[in-house]
Structures are given as structure tokens and as C-alpha cells.
Design a protein around this ligand. Structure first.
Ligand code: AMP
Length: 290
């Protein structure tokens, strides 16, 4: 499917050369480009980013690419949920004009050899649990930025460390674009939306609420005057481990956006969680201004 047009008019493009042609045409027309990179299996979190892009820019490009470079050995690259037809319809309804869906060989042809590494911020939280993950993210996002040439790229606060790392990358490498971060979109019961929620069996779906509830507990404790981060981490941990289906990867409290260790809740801090519910690794976070 190349430059295919669905009945409704959104364009779906698989080839980089074709993307570049369209992008230069759009730029010649003086239009601004908004960009929302995703791994697909779209939900309301993704669609919120796309609507925001449509509100702020003239021409919205989204991408769906399950990037092998950001998955570790034994992670869910092969199993990652996919439903392109549905995604295309949803993206169009959210204001996307162009959907870029490259294959792995189009992005990483034989002999591919360049990666992008951001220092300091990537050795903690998800970077510690998933070695090489952020190298995969920063490499693919750099390639996508070079292909799409967005004026504004939109990312979710759900992946808070990713957003911080990408902002640092864009600043360090003098990339000519803005990065806008959109708040976490949640299910009505508080679970942060994620394509991986699809993996959860019904009992696991209930158990998954320990993440958002653990964050709420922390917010309440801070509201009641708690300031010591070690104590707060212990309270959150004790709450989560009461759920037998939960296995903690990390419970961290760091300064935000610097992601530095902090003894006390002071200034802006992020409480960040990664918890396995059964085999599914979920993340969530909350930024507090103390
Ligand atoms: P993904 O397809 O999971 O790689 O996500 C693509 C983009 O959507 C990333 O910028 C994510 O941070 C963002 N995103 C995913 N889930 C949510 C959510 N629940 N709320 C806000 N943004 C999200």
C-alpha cells in the first residue's frame, strides 16, 4: 500500500522518499507541521495528542512504527498489539492528514549503523530496567524528525522520562522544533491508558489499579505533610505489594525534570512507578509541586 488514500481522505504512506516529497510540498505552502509518533493500537491517549496537534498546527502527521531498536531481548516486540485499519480511522477522526507506517527495512535497511545517545537522564528509571531502550527511542525519533520535519512534536507525560530525554536531545542537538508534552489520559477508574492494557486479563485489569492508587496515596500523604522521599517510597511499596498479582520493577521519587535523587519532597518532583501485573509491565507517574 503506497500513498493509498482511504475513502475519507487520510493518506497512508510507507516510503520515506514519498514522505519527504509531501513534507516539502506542505512546507512550500507555508503550513506548519504537527507530528505525533506512536507504536499504534491507538487509544484516547494517542488521540488526545493528535487533536492537540490539529489544534496547534496546520497539517498533522502521525506515525505508527513498532520500533525493534527500543525493545530488549525477551520483551514484547513480536506480540505488540497491532490494528492498522482501526488506527487509520481513529487517527483521521482526530485530525490526522498523513499517517506514516514504514516497515522495519525501510527504517533500518541492511548496513544501518547510526544511533543517538542522550547521557545522564537515561541511566535511571526505565533506562535502568530496560538497557538500550532510550537509545532505540532517541534514534528512531531523530530519524522520524528528519523525515517529517515537524514544527511541533507531541508526546505524552505518561512516558515522562521519554519526554524529558527527547527534550534534552532536541536541545543538545539544536533540533529545529518544539516538543509539547500532553498530560496523562486515564480510564475513568484511574488506570493510565496504554496499548499494553490489552494484555491484562480481567483480574489483572483490576489489580492494575495499584499504580494509580499508589500515586493517589502518595499525593494524599504529601498533602498531609509527608516530605521524606524514603518514607513515601516505603508507603507506596507497601501498598502495591499487598496486591498479589503485582511485582514492583521500581518505585522512585526524583526531582523533575532533572531526574536527580532527592531526600525531601522539595520543589517539583516526580513519583514514577513501573510494576509488572502478571507478565505485563505498566508504568505511571505523577508530578507534584511541593
Ligand atoms: P506509544 O504508542 O505507547 O509509543 O505512545 C505514543 C505517544 O502517546 C507517546 O508520546 C506516549 O507518551 C503517548 N501516550 C501513550 N499513552 C498515553 C496516555 N495515557 N496519556 C497521554 N499520552 C499517552
Amino acid at each position: 500500500m503506497s500513498a493509498a488514500k482511504t475513502a475519507e481522505g487520510i493518506k497512508v504512506i510507507e516510503m520515506i522518499a514519498e514522505m519527504k516529497e509531501i513534507v516539502s510540498k506542505v512546507k512550500r505552502q507555508g503550513k506548519t507541521i504537527g507530528f505525533v509518533p506512536t507504536m499504534g493500537y491507538l487509544h484516547e491517549g494517542h488521540l488526545t495528542l493528535m487533536r492537540k496537534a490539529a489544534e496547534k498546527t496546520d497539517f498533522v502527521v502521525a506515525s505508527i512504527f513498532v520500533n525493534p531498536l527500543q525493545f530488549g531481548v525477551g520483551e514484547d516486540f513480536e506480540d505488540y498489539p497491532r490494528d492498522l485499519e482501526r488506527d487509520i480511522r481513529l487517527a483521521e477522526s482526530a485530525g490526522v492528514s498523513l499517517m506514516f507506517t514504514p516497515g522495519v527495512n525501510e527504517m533500518y535497511p541492511g548496513g544501518y549503523g547510526t544511533t543517538v545517545d542522550v547521557g545522564n537522564l537515561t541511566d535511571k528509571l526505565c533506562g535502568r530496567s530496560r538497557p538500550g531502550h532510550f537509545r532505540g527511542v532517541t534514534t528512531v525519533v531523530t530519524k522520524l524528525f528528519n523525515i517529517v520535519e515537524p514544527d511541533i512534536a507531541f508526546f505524552g507525560q505518561k512516558d515522562a522520562q521519554q519526554a524529558v530525554v527527547l527534550k534534552k536531545m532536541a536541545a543538545d542537538l539544536n533540533m529545529n522544533l518544539e516538543i509539547e508534552v500532553v498530560p496523562i489520559v486515564r480510564e475513568t477508574d484511574g488506570l493510565a491508558m496504554s496499548s499494553r492494557n490489552k494484555y491484562l486479563a480481567p483480574e489483572e485489569r483490576k489489580a492494575a489499579l495499584v499504580l494509580s492508587k499508589g500515586l493517589e496515596l502518595a499525593r494524599n500523604l504529601v498533602g498531609a505533610g509527608a516530605r521524606n522521599t524514603a518514607d513515601l517510597k516505603r508507603e507506596i511499596t507497601n501498598f502495591i505489594i499487598r496486591e498479589p498479582r503485582a511485582r514492583i520493577d521500581y518505585v522512585e521519587i526524583l526531582s523533575f525534570p532533572g531526574l536527580k535523587e532527592t531526600e525531601n519532597m522539595d520543589g517539583r518532583v516526580i513519583i514514577a512507578l513501573a510494576v509488572f501485573i502478571g507478565d505485563t509491565r505498566l508504568i505511571d507517574n505523577m508530578v507534584l509541586e511541593v
